[in-house]
Write a protein that binds this ligand. Sequence first.
Ligand code: FES
Ligand code: FES
Length: 171
Amino acid sequence: MTTKHIKVTVNGEAHEADVEPRLLLVHLLRDTFGLTGTHVGCDTSNCGACTVHVNGRSAKSCTMLAVQADGAEIKTIEGMAAGATLHPLQQAFWDQHGLPCGFCTPGMIMQSAWLLEQNAAPSEEEIRDGISGNLCRCTGYVNIVKAIQQAAAETRAAAETQASAAAPAAG
Ligand code: FES
Ligand code: FES
């Protein structure tokens, strides 16, 4: 079968691969690059377990071909923590017990991160709407929503602290 040579950046690292035209992005990430934090729950674009960021936008990686990602910047759950420090959403899912089995969690966190980039202070309804493409088979979503609210509040507080530290002293 003919293959196509593609180049992508994943979590800041350059990767190249020869891929079959039918290969899905999720399988490129998991099977070729070994980034198994991105899960496959359905393969039919229903569950959101495969959510990653492609060029800064949330995308279900089972709905994209790897060749469509040629040249793209991709971020996966493996790229969210800063060294040993968890991303605020990862910490909040931990704190709020938003992950009974954890299968949906990587996709849920990637979708939530994109949601908070669009809207730093979402209402509960906006959060529920924002994650409506991500299914959790374990929870009633209550703790997941609480986790996203916690991360949103902490991210806003950190931004305010940073802004006031950068502001010139009055007087
Ligand atoms: Fe992609 Fe379910 S595996 S949406
Ligand atoms: Fe189990 Fe969501 S925590 S599917």
